[in-house]
Design a protein. Structure first.
Ligand code: UDP
Length: 449
């Protein structure tokens, strides 16, 4: 379907304060801007400072940054106005600060007067603020739809078995209390609504259909938006190092922007990598307040000496992930299955070794979904959910050395899935554009009446 590229629609976007949320919002902003929309992207200054660097000349007139200020709480200085690297004990304080800032968001909307608000599904209150100003809104979900689908089923069809056995939770995952349960219920219980989701029907179309069928929400995939490849001068060294490795020979290990491994997990992953004898790049992170701690303190004694150099590399805190994943030497991605990381692996055709870390998040169900798609293999944990070095080493060897053809099979399937996503991408985005325009037109005629 051809979509006209001229529009006077102004969209205000309001992502949750997490790197993994702001980035896909920004990528969606670019896609909508390509279709003629004008975008205000609203977040805290610390988050906007990351985005500012990414706005190229092409988007400088169509994407504007709007600062959202949190109150001055002594325990939450401005560099903690983001979930990226936020110490765990400050997470509830950040949440409290966001809640306290609702009046500020009201003022922003009143000031900017957008035609439509696109807000994070994790901030349903933003839609109510918009509605009080007669501004229509649409939510954007940055996880796979499997989580809404799974929990939505038990909320809307109590007592009935979930009809898709590929999606399930393990005992140690089920026992966790989920802070977002209330929000999922609130979202699904609303009047008929539309929800954008950063995905493609090629990945989880049947779950989109099921959720639309049982809930009151129509799911609209944006066609997979991932962050652009970007690399700075300092980061070039790692790419040169990768350039000396054979094709598909190296495992990339990263657990996202928010997770910190426990000392025990750190040791198991370290020894697992060492035992596997596979080339690796491992992104090791600590909470910001612990930056003074050095790598020697968190890794097993002698690990750096024995493994860093030709065999492996450790990157502290932050890696140019998309650039690394795109490199032909990368043969597997050991990931926590954050949704962005999952999509990036699929986009670049990299087989996934799934190791969900946050059992209360979407990660466990994302892992089951990509195993079902044939693009991932999940690492075993013991009955208490603990990681063991033997399993880490075994699975990495299986995928990289490919004696059981596991890596080859995963690679073929992930490339196939990537092709299918590409085939649907334009069409899915065009539908999003059409729906956004319709929402604005409908609201305008309501106001004119
Ligand atoms: N990321 C990165 N470098 C890092 C760690 C993460 O560029 O060292 C990016 C990654 O490419 C992805 C995002 O941060 O786009 C992480 O999002 P995801 O949903 O995978 O996990 P989260 O951080 O939300 O747990």
């Amino acid at each position: 379907m051809a979509v006209e590229h001229k529009t006077n629609v102004r969209v205000l976007m309001f992502p949750y304060l997490a790197y993994g949320h702001i980035t896909p919002f920004f990528e969606l902003a670019k896609k909508l801007s390509d279709k003629g929309f004008s975008i205000d992207l609203c977040s805290t200054p610390i988050n906007l400072s990351l985005i500012k660097k990414k706005i190229t000349q092409k988007y400088s007139c169509s994407i504007h940054l709007v600062e959202f200020h949190l109150p001055n709480l002594p325990e939450l200085p401005p560099h903690y106005h983001t979930t990226n690297g936020l110490p765990i004990h400050l997470q509830s304080t950040l949440y409290k600060a966001i809640t306290m800032s609702k009046p500020q968001f009201y003022e922003i909307l009143k000031d900017q007067k957008p035609n439509v608000l696109v807000h994070d599904v994790m901030q349903p209150w933003a839609a109510r603020v918009a509605s009080s100003l007669n501004i229509p809104s649409i939510k954007f979900c940055l996880t796979s739809i499997t989580m809404c689908c799974y929990f939505g089923h038990f909320f809307l069809k109590p007592g009935l078995e979930f009809p898709f056995p590929a999606l399930y939770l393990k005992d140690y995952e089920r026992e966790i209390t989920r802070p977002y349960d209330v929000e999922v219920k609130e979202e699904l219980g609303e009047n008929r609504a539309i929800m954008l989701v950063n995905s493609s029907r090629a990945i989880d179309g049947k779950y989109m259909d099921y959720l639309s069928e049982i809930g009151k929400t129509e799911i609209l995939p944006t066609g997979v938006v991932i962050q652009d490849i970007a690399i700075n001068e300092e980061e070039m060294e790692i790419i040169k190092w990768l350039g000396n490795k054979k094709e598909n020979s190296t495992v990339y290990v990263s657990f996202g922007s928010e997770n910190f491994l426990t000392k025990e997990e750190m040791e198991e992953v370290a020894y697992g990598l060492e035992l596997s004898n596979v080339h690796f790049i491992w992104v090791v992170r600590f909470p910001k307040e612990e930056q003074v701690v050095s790598l020697e303190h968190v890794l097993p004694q002698g690990f750096l000496k024995r493994n860093i150099g030709e065999k492996g590399r450790i990157i502290e805190c932050w890696a140019p992930q998309t650039t690394i994943l795109k490199h032909p030497s990368i043969g597997a991605f050991l990931t926590h299955c954050g949704w962005n990381s999952t999509l990036e692996a699929i986009e670049f055709g990299v087989p996934i070794i799934a190791l969900p870390m946050n059992f209360y998040s979407d990660q466990p169900l994302n892992a089951r979904l990509i195993v079902e798609n044939g693009v991932a293999i999940e690492m075993a944990r013991d009955g208490n959910g603990k990681i063991h070095r033997g399993n880490v080493a075994e699975i990495i060897k299986d995928v990289i050395f490919g004696e059981k053809k596991i890596g080859e099979d995963l690679r073929r399937k992930v490339k196939g899935l990537c092709e299918n996503i590409k085939l649907l991408r334009e069409e899915e985005m065009d539908e999003v554009v059409m729906v956004l325009k319709q929402i604005c037109e409908k609201n305008q005629s309501k106001m004119d009446d």
